[in-house]
Design a protein around this ligand. Structure first.
Ligand code: GRF
Length: 217
């Protein structure tokens, strides 16, 4: 079967991009990254894409008067590269409802919290300040509302005594790098699909184990 063509949109470090690059290096993985777009010319992730020999494009939001013009340029690049799915990976621009609806079912994002808790910015600080004992990350479809689209998958980690935002972020990031390629695979293989506003799995996807904090017994 032909591999799905993926675009990854970044703004910075690109460690999730790297996780997707590494997953795609496996001949059995059902995707290839056809294009990496950054809205920031100096994003570290551009270097990662270059090292992997992936086509890179800079679409700098500052070069456009309106969000619509910016997105028209994104769309031009995405359509020229004939991408099937778009993965946002630390992409720090809010996309319009029109863009989200044009790419509905094919546009996904990763967020470093267990949504619907802690949408938005400064997630790790807010997580620690809230006193919750489990944190994590979420891969979800992008909808018109920020961090609110149907959830494809989640990974949880404990919040540890003495955590600060950096420590918690690092613990979550390890799981982000596992979760994002796994969710993308489910989507491409049709094992996770939109149904009535949520994502359902087919019978082959089952979770095991549990995470308890504090440990019981
Ligand atoms: C990740 O924590 C991701 O969940 C959030 O932004 C961060 C991007 O990190 N959306 P990286 O650029 O993938 O390293």
């Amino acid at each position: 079967m032909a591999k799905a063509r993926i675009a990854v949109l970044i703004s910075g470090r690109g460690s999730n991009l790297q996780a997707l690059i590494d997953a795609c290096a496996d001949p059995d993985y059902p995707a290839e990254i056809s294009l990496v777009i950054s809205n920031r010319p100096k994003a570290q992730g551009l270097e990662r894409a270059g090292n992997a020999g992936i086509t890179r494009e800079i679409v700098n939001h500052k070069d456009f008067q309106t969000r619509e013009d910016f997105e028209a340029a994104l769309n031009h690049a995405l359509k020229t590269a004939k991408v099937d799915f778009i993965c946002l990976a630390g992409f720090m621009r809010v996309l319009t409802a029109t863009f989200a609806s044009d790419w509905r079912g094919r546009l996904i994002n990763i967020h470093p919290s267990l949504l619907p808790s802690f949408e938005g910015l400064h997630v790790h600080e807010r997580t620690i300040d809230s006193g919750v004992k489990l944190a994590g990350c979420t891969v979800h479809f992008v909808s018109a509302d920020v961090d609110a689209g149907p959830i494809i998958g989640q990974a949880a980690v404990p919040v540890q005594p003495g955590d600060d935002a950096d420590k918690l972020a690092a613990r979550i990031l390890v799981e982000e790098h596992r979760l994002y390629p796994a969710c993308l695979r489910l989507l491409i293989e049709g094992k996770a699909r939109l149904h009535g506003g949520i994502v359902i799995y087919d019978g082959t996807v089952t979770a095991s184990g549990s995470l308890i904090n504090p440990p019981a017994g």
